[in-house]
Design a protein around this ligand. Sequence first.
Ligand code: THU
Length: 165
Amino acid sequence: MPPILETASARWNLVSSETPLDQFPEPNLFESLMREARYAQDNAYAPYSEFQVGAALVIGGRIYRGANVENASYGATMCAERTALFNGVSDGERQLTLLAITTSAEPLSPIESRSPCGLCRQVMSEFTTSDALVLLDAGDENGQLVGDIIPFSVLFPFQFKLGGE
Ligand code: THU
């Protein structure tokens, strides 16, 4: 059984036993950020895949949301994570500490179907702090929101950085 962080209304599976949680002393932040992501998902424009994604993140201490926006050309589609991130970065924020993602994947489905794509990981890596965390929605169970918490460094090791900083 993986370690778990539990509140009255949410249960989080800690994918890594070395998850730096000290920076977030209030665990209800995780649930409220995921609820922001679910809110953003309602505005997803996904008529082609019908796979709606919502993201909410904390960057520079501020919260931004985004949804996926598809296009008839398919290739011009923008993922929810980058929509949210670009909202924050274009407001001048640079320090990404927490990111919540919800998708229309089946509840409790394998983590791969609820994880950010490789392009989004690379773009996020430009702005993540070394101990940034990612929250993946897994649905609701027994009246609790269920999700996974993954350190960004576990989700995306050996990040490409110019000069290897
Ligand atoms: N999508 C995201 O928004 N984020 C991801 O990380 C994976 C994929 C969107 C893109 C497209 O609109 C739909 O999900 C199906 O790939």
